[in-house]
Design a protein around this ligand. Sequence first.
Ligand code: ATP
Ligand code: MG
Length: 565
Amino acid sequence: MENEKNEARPLNFLEKIIEDDLKNGRVPDDKIVTRFPPEPNGYLHIGHIKSICINFGLALKYGGRCHLRLDDTNPAKEETEYIDSIKEDIKWLGFDWGKYEFYASDYYDQLYEIAVRLIKDGKAYVDELSAEEMKEYRGSLTEPGRNSPWRDRSIEENLRLFEEMKAGKYPEGTLTLRAKIDMSSPNINMRDPALYRIKYAHHPRTGDKWCIYPMYDFTHPISDAIEGITHSICTLEFEDHRPAYDWACSIDGIEHTPHQYEFARLNINYLLMSKRKLLYLVNNHLVSGWDDPRMPTISGVRRRGYSPEAMKDFVSRVGVAKVEGVVDYSLMEFCVREDLNKRAKRLMAVLDPIKIVIDNYPDGKVEYFEAEDNPEDENTSKHRIAFSKNLYIEREDFMETPVKGYHRLYPGNEIRLKYAYYITATGVEKDGEGNITAVHCTYDPESRGGTTADGRKVKGTSHWVSADHALVAEVRQYDKLFSAECPGAATGNYLDDLNPDSLKIIPAAYIEEEAGKAKVGDYLQFIRNGYYCVDSRDSSPEHMVFNRTCTLKDSWAKQKAKMGL
Ligand code: ATP
Ligand code: MG
């Protein structure tokens, strides 16, 4: 199916480039090699899904391979927990890097040698300008930069100082190794970019071996070259860095020349996808963790009950382009609903219960009705639902004094209980404060299965559960984490737009017994209430917890209709 869809759409610009390169013999052994290069400084988010699908997807489509490269050049921020989560998330999406798992830190020795070679060739120098001064010397978009006074040291002195930097002789922020390119270049990234900085930090993989670390613009292209990457695909903000990328790939002795291509990053309204901001939410306990079901992280949407197929479908509908844009949140939910409609097991759950007593139904009697697990599936399996004298229906499905046009249960009105019988309300019981505690009804024994001999019609159908059989479970009603389309746009602080109603907990909902069999990773629909899943963190057989994945309301379809689509 996926393939049929891909076949039908026109090639995106990356596919065109690759097909052209393959046709013209520009790809060694006709094997394209891409890489997905996350920095392990946080969990992956929905934006990364786009990058993962592009990089792994192209490799699959053209019979090449995609490397996983952990870009771990910033030792202070990296953690093993992040690396583990990144791997889990890529696997969950169904992609496999096989044996091609690399770390930028694997190349520290080679990078160091290349830096030394650059110094020997007079193409790099040790600078003593402070960060402030360096910024001042760099110039601006309208002004050229100025040469550092340390730019013309002798090669011997540069070699000695760099060696001493590596040996830990200088404090952080004092010396920097810079490429000697061109301080008057119109591209600021070419004005003698820094190659190495001093940093006294323990690295998760290289330990305390190094106290100098290579910069991103130096590390990334050379890592690509070492791994034989053919197409180095990144987001548009790296476009200005491409000359620096090409410079690094053209250093003497570097044999393979990868090329960088940029595409527009995925932005979705109502969501924030900067790891820095997401980390803030986690550290300040504004969410329960990186995998909070409201987080736009891959682990968050997984726990929320989105499937990998729905997310891949979403990303494929968004497409690959070179122009930045903001995608509608409702398109993502549309993809999630389309997918869940096909696969979710239908169950009855009463979230806001009102008790029903069927007076003419025998005490202690239990009957079972059969329900299709998924009416959208021709070969659906079925399950049994217990029916008894005491039931629950949703509070909103009963009104003592009905408003005009109300077709559900009210005294004297007959409705259908889904799969079961027709019932008619006869009266209510109330507590001392006048709140209804139970609705009394009679049932028509001739209406078993929801149809009557005389074929009479009713307008309302309610879902229900048997009070004596229902599973009592916690239900977490999740909604958007931010209530503004562009969080922070109004006040400048995204925290002001946190949605106070993004989580409402129902401590004791009544769900049909069958729900007790649900496992983490199952996709469920509670009829008329929404799509749900078992919470992977907090649910246990003794205390089941269900998360609302999304409501049933299809706002995207409505919006499309409004737009005349
Ligand atoms: P953030 O800005 O959210 O912290 P990042 O770009 O620093 O993200 P990396 O770990 O460096 O995150 O990203 C790994 C890869 O994923 C990069 O190639 C990057 O271009 C890509 N990527 C990051 N965010 C998005 C996005 N929103 N849409 C598409 N690709 C993205
Ligand atoms: Mg980054």
